[in-house]
Design a protein around this ligand. Structure first.
Ligand code: COI
Length: 371
């Protein structure tokens, strides 16, 4: 056996893996070993979380979450490094965002410390489900929901914080692998499954309204886009790009991710004004883009502007950084090249640090817990 093969074997033996066909995983639920559960009365505090075997939960038919949608979710990922250790991507940011959403929905929430500890415990308990390097990630789904029984419209009397996980591959199904010439010499471009997506802008449905809950990760925001999304998919599009509901003119976001528009050396993204989810990948990309020397603007972006862009890409935990291949508006299809977004695809989130290509301040996005 050659040295390379021996090394690969040693590395493989360094960590135990679940019996999964790692080359075939997409973005679907794969049940894992454990979930984390922590409960709290309305006026109390969360404490005594436990790891339980992953499985169905018992819920009152009159629970707040089932009847009035009093629920939030988060999404974050754990990645496996070559040496077997596991990285989490900015988990405290999710903890902070969950607390903001909980405040808006009148729910108690775990502290950021409790949140991060619970994430670590859940990932650790399920560590054999973290895919091998380069084969995907472990998607972590924290939920916060009103599980107490309530009939009148009021906050539920009891809350449950639950975390489950699933190994995932690419969110958008079309997958490809290509090597393209880098705009910055010495950068190695290897894309895995990040095919350009085709979006449609339509004005019959809107995702959020001013004063509503578009800026938090409440479950209702996602049920409300299912119809627009499924109509778009029936017509062959990957997803919908929503416009604002007042002027019906300014970009908001895609059903499951934020959007960025590139023109010349300027990268713009819709400003956070209560109707757009403050994405953690969005925030990270802004920081990295600034440190790479791009002009970054958070502002109103009109639909005309996006149609005239050099490049468009989407960001989110699930979609990572997805290049947009085309946008269709009023039956007209505009096709985009991919250049700037590619840089982030290459660099995001681990390879950048590992190849030593990232600007110093972007390394802090990585939390290497060295389990
Ligand atoms: C995520 O990116 O984690 C999301 O919440 C999107 C989800 C709708 C899959």
């Amino acid at each position: 056996m050659g040295l390379g093969a021996k090394l690969r074997r040693v590395r493989r033996q360094a960590f135990e893996l679940a019996d999964v066909c790692w080359d075939d995983i997409g973005f679907g639920i794969i049940p894992t070993d454990y979930m984390y559960v922590m409960r709290c009365p309305r006026d109390g505090e969360f404490s005594n979380g436990t790891l339980e075997p992953y499985g169905n939960i018992e819920l009152s038919p009159s629970s707040g979450v089932l009847n009035y949608g009093q629920g939030l979710f988060e999404g974050l990922k754990a990645y496996r490094k070559e040496d077997g250790s596991i990285l989490l991507f900015r988990p405290e940011e999710n903890g902070v965002r969950m607390r903001m959403g909980a405040e808006r929905l009148c729910m108690p929430a775990p502290t950021v410390e409790q949140f991060v500890d619970a994430i670590k415990a859940t990932v650790l308990a399920n560590k054999r489900w973290v895919p091998p390097p380069g084969k995907g990630s472990l998607y972590i789904r924290p939920l916060l929901m009103g599980t107490g029984a309530v009939l009148e419209l009021a906050p539920a009397p009891e809350y449950t914080f639950l975390i489950y996980v699933s190994p995932v591959g690419n969110y958008f199904k079309e997958s490809y692998r290509r090597i393209s010439s880098p705009p910055i010499e010495s950068w190695v471009f290897v894309h895995e499954g990040l095919a350009p997506i085709n979006l449609v802008i339509q004005n019959d449905y809107h995702r959020a309204t001013p004063g509503g809950t578009g800026g938090i990760k409440t479950i209702g925001n996602y049920a409300s886009v299912l119809k627009a999304q499924s109509e778009a998919k029936e017509k062959g599009y990957s997803d919908v790009l929503y416009l604002d509901s007042v002027h019906k003119k300014y970009l908001e976001e895609v059903s499951s991710c934020n959007v960025f528009v590139v023109k010349d050396n300027t990268i713009s993204t819709p400003a956070i004004r209560g109707t757009i989810l403050p994405g953690i990948t969005r925030k990270s990309i802004i920081d990295v883009a600034v440190s790479l020397g791009f002009q970054v603007e958070e502002r109103l972006i009109s639909v005309e502007e996006v149609l005239d862009a050099d490049e468009v890409f989407c960001t989110g935990t699930a979609v990572v950084v997805s290049p947009v291949g085309s946008i269709t508006y009023h039956g007209k299809r505009i096709v985009f090249e991919q250049m700037v977004g590619d840089m982030f695809i290459v660099g995001y989130p681990m390879e950048m640090a590992e190849l030593g290509l990232c600007p110093n301040n972007s390394t802090l996005f990585l939390q290497d817990y060295k389990w």
